[in-house]
Write a protein that binds this ligand. Structure first.
Ligand code: CUA
Length: 167
């Protein structure tokens, strides 16, 4: 008597396809690990969409952008990007060493970028939105900030400088 036909119920997966499925799963694990390490070990932060503002009518602290000292060594810094003059307002900022600065950056017109050299501050700047990140400056020196999103003919001229000085 012959064996009854054993019907295999498992789904057939081609070995080639199976390998690509394995590679995909490994990639997802690698990317998740990279995000975790960047966030917890390297201190990468995602700029928080702090609030919405009217780019045609910037009021409150935006009427007079720049530094606000909240307490000794703790500052808020308001910066506005313009594409009409391709400038950051203010263009120069000075703070004492070991200060903690919270950056609030917005645009008066179109999309810009804001990257502060040698720090984790790197944000997209959109009209109508305020991007916010915080950094503590424990090293004296000059930290240039530049626009990192192409915004027109004056894009390359759109920069400023934050100087950290001895107390
Ligand atoms: Cu602003 Cu490029």
């Amino acid at each position: 008597m012959s064996e009854p036909n054993a019907t295999k119920k498992t789904l057939h997966i081609d070995p080639y396809e199976r390998n690509w499925m394995r590679i995909s799963i490994i990639l997802v694990i690698v990317f998740a690990a990279a995000v975790t390490i960047a966030g917890f070990a390297l201190g990468f932060q995602v700029p928080s969409p702090e609030e919405r503002v009217d780019p045609n009518n910037l009021t409150g602290p935006w009427e007079n952008p720049g530094l606000r000292e909240l307490s000794p060594g703790v500052y808020d810094l308001y910066i506005i990007g313009h594409a009409t003059t391709w400038q950051f307002d203010p263009r120069e900022v000075e703070i004492p060493v070991n200060s903690t600065v919270t950056f609030y950056v917005t645009s008066r017109d179109i999309q810009h970028g804001f990257k502060l050299q040698d720090t984790n501050i790197n944000m997209q700047i959109l009209p109508g939105h305020v991007s916010k990140l915080t950094h503590t400056f424990d090293r004296v020196g000059e930290y240039p900030y530049i626009c990192t999103e192409y915004c027109g003919v004056g894009h390359a001229a759109m920069f400023g400088s934050l100087t950290v000085v001895e107390k």
